[in-house]
Design a protein around this ligand. Structure first.
Ligand code: PSV
Ligand code: MN
Ligand code: MN
Length: 430
């Protein structure tokens, strides 16, 4: 393909200089795994089939409510964001799809946008609607809620926006709509907690009715922010109850940053799967709240435990288990491309480690109530350094053995600094 952003020759010569060392590490890991009764080639083929979508909004620098500090050469529109996502995909080979957000990514011609992405080696994943901000020229304000607003005209506008997102997604080749609303209250007594959920269910049902047959509606819960007293879809309980009421095409999306501190997210994953409602993920990491930090940077063990449940789910699929994996991060202090590369690798590593769990040993220990051996089955897998499998799978798919090294050598951001319009200081956060 000629439309790819980085030079294929450069990737090849980068890999050539590292191939022998990688082969050595890969063979050594292969011998180690074979002593444990595991075949490295089988594991590698699973990595080759694995993918996670990147968020269009993650390609730009994020910020906090205090400030955003742009970097030279950052993308300012969906076309430039796609280019940057294509760099990520070209290097790591496991991020072939972009999850767009509307109206942030609005263009005139979506067919043309789909072709543009295709030429860059990308497709589109779930479309995300946005009724948590007001847009210039919008008839109704979301200041008092969107899908749950007391004013019907506001609800109608929010429903219409979601239906428009489905239509855009159809043109882009997406098959899912992710709905997160910030609706809720900041004061006790501000709203009737039951009636606002009724209004949510009524609005969501109208959106659901507009879903094409092959589509899913992913309901994303979040405990708080921007509503600090009560949020309408605050937790997985509200989410699964709503999804059940809506119907089989409605499923729950778990954003790792959207729970109370210390909540057992892997157990939530297992519960949602048990009832056929595990629809997808927004991967990120957090220490305090919805921090949107890079996946695996704070609690990689939790990520591994989530993937451990996902591998169990893969082995015991229910109702066409097919979760949509997406990254949702805010890159406030790093080059967003580097963060997405590093996060995609952390996600794939957690998946591989979960694949390495000796399931027979684990299940036997569980049946015998042998606590320590059950834990050790997980521990053995978790402490394995799986980087040679990831690098080999990447290199065989045409990606780079060391993604960050090559990205820096390629001088992409420096080049874009010359070509792209500078982002003004103090620009609003994403
Ligand atoms: C809300 O915190 C959220 O996680 C939702 O997924 C939004 O679409 C995204 O962040 C955008 O910032
Ligand atoms: Mn999210
Ligand atoms: Mn969030």
């Amino acid at each position: 393909m000629t439309g790819l952003p980085l030079s294929i020759d450069q990737i090849e010569s980068h890999n050539a200089a590292r191939r022998e060392a990688l082969q050595d590490d890969y063979d050594s890991l292969g011998r180690q795994l074979s002593r444990r009764g595991q075949d490295i080639e089988t594991i590698k083929s699973k990595v080759a089939a694995f993918s996670v979508a990147v968020p269009s909004w993650g390609a730009g620098r994020g910020g906090t409510r205090f400030a955003k500090f742009p970097i030279p050469g950052e993308p300012t529109n969906i076309h430039e964001k796609l280019e940057d996502c294509a760099v990520v995909q070209q290097l790591c080979r496991i991020t072939p799809r972009v999850s767009p957000h509307f109206p942030w990514d609005r263009v005139e011609d979506y067919q043309a946008l789909k072709e543009e992405a295709g030429a860059l080696g990308l497709g589109f994943d779930a479309v995300n609607s946005n009724t948590f901000q007001d847009q210039p020229g919008q008839a109704q304000s979301y200041r008092s809620g969107s899908l749950t607003a007391t004013d019907k005209a506001v609800r109608d506008q929010a429903v219409a926006h979601n239906i428009e997102c489905i239509e855009i997604g159809r043109q882009l080749g997406s098959r899912a709509l992710t709905v997160w609303i910030g609706d809720g209250t900041n004061f006790p007594g501000q709203q009737d907690l039951s009636a606002s959920l009724d209004r949510y269910l009524d609005s969501a049902a109208q959106i659901y009715a507009a879903l094409p047959d092959s589509w899913r509606m992913l309901l994303e819960h979040k405990m708080f922010e921007p509503a600090f007293y009560s949020t309408v879809i605050s937790d997985w309980g509200s989410s699964i109850l709503a999804a059940n009421e809506l119907g089989p095409k409605a499923q729950c999306l778990v954003d790792l940053g959207h729970h109370a501190p210390n909540v057992n997210i892997e157990q939530i994953v297992a519960r949602l799967h048990r009832f056929g409602k595990l629809g997808g993920f927004h991967f990120n990491d957090s220490k305090y709240g919805d921090d949107d930090l890079d996946t695996g940077s704070i609690n990689p063990h939790q990520l591994f435990l989530v993937f451990n449940e996902l591998v169990e789910a893969e082995r015991n699929p229910r109702d066409g288990f097919n979760p949509a994996y997406m990254i949702d991060q805010s890159h406030n202090v790093t080059d967003p491309i580097e963060s997405m590369l590093s996060s995609a690798e952390a996600i794939a590593a957690a998946y591989v480690k979960a694949l390495l769990v000796d399931r027979e040993a684990l299940h036997e220990a569980q049946a015998a109530n042998d606590v320590m051996m059950a834990f050790q089955a997980l521990r053995r897998a978790y402490r394995t350094d799986v980087t040679p499998i990831l690098a080999m799978a990447r290199a065989e798919a045409g990606g780079a053995i060391d993604v960050l090294d090559l990205y820096r050598d390629a001088g992409w951001r420096e080049r874009k600094t010359q070509e792209r319009k500078a982002v003004g200081l103090g620009a609003g956060i994403v």
